[in-house]
Design a protein around this ligand. Sequence first.
Ligand code: GLA
Length: 376
Amino acid sequence: MTDFQSVHGAAPTGVWAAPGRVNLIGEHTDYNDGFVLPIALPHAAKAAVRLRTDGLLRLWSEQGDGQVTELEVEGLAPGSVEGWAKYPAGVVWALREAGYLVGGADFWFDSDVPGGAGLSSSAALECVVATAYRDLYDLPLGNADLAQLAQYAENAFVGVPCGVMDQMASMCCSEGNALVLDTRDLTQRQVPLDLAARGLRLLVIDTRVKHDLADGAYAELRAGCEKAAELLGLAALRDLAPEDLADALDRLPDELAPLVAHVVTEDARVEQAVALLDAGEFAGLGPVLTAGHASLRDDYRVSCPETDLAVSAAVEAGALGARMTGGGFGGSVIALVGEQELAAVEAAVRAAFEAAGYAEPRTFTAVPSAGARRLS
Ligand code: GLA
């Protein structure tokens, strides 16, 4: 491992961290002004940072190619940066676009959030940069402001039209809690989620099928939802009440109806899940998760054979429920499992993957962890 000093020639001013996330339920609802329920992972992007006075951004990552990427802050523009460096560079650009004329800095990054696994490794990178700059420049920005700036960086600088869930999760989640978030006005509430106290575990299964939200499929889905809302005369699909769904589906073209069916039922599932968490009935979450997966598979069509198999193998082996998490097209599955069944569920998923000829999945259990913060 290389440290900040050996890359940049002096000690850093401080070290920050921002986590990846899994979303318990509420998928593809955030760009429809709907509800989401993420937790932060213990896995995080760390950044050691020291400001520079010459307008240069010098970026180095333990996960990079061993080279420092050097950029001029003044020259940053959408499309001007390639590879992982576009995430940190995009945040610096977004801060400046918002009128905070921040300068350059030396950065050393190290992240253990698996990339391309639907666990928000890019949001973690964006949010750790946003948090470090906020602290170093003493910017009058709250966590939700930083999340929105990071989302703007991803939308306008990186070119992925994502919603705000991942950045809000990385900035605003807290240890021991799930984050209930209304993505319309960013109203948030922390709900305690001590699964271990109920003898439960949250198993994360990374299928190792790499997803890439920049490839256009995500943008198409988002555009489809916006088109459907427009046809229905609504500001967003969040405004369609479940009791009006059947009538709305009759009025929509065939290709849009299933998207709307997913979004409306998914918002209802978030509400159901939050009520269960509030009541401390964590095991009741299981069927809600599995129903969410069926909706993503059959209506929204963002699952893939590997995520479908992980879900069915986990449930057959005794998981209380399971679903893909994140944008889809590969990535990870979460399974709610009793601690007695954990080993059997993991083994069953591995065996099913081997029998199907799929790559060996990576598995770990997740507990709700801290959001973005300064470490030293
Ligand atoms: C990705 C996006 C999020 C959200 C999810 C799907 O993770 O970055 O904004 O839309 O997909 O719920």
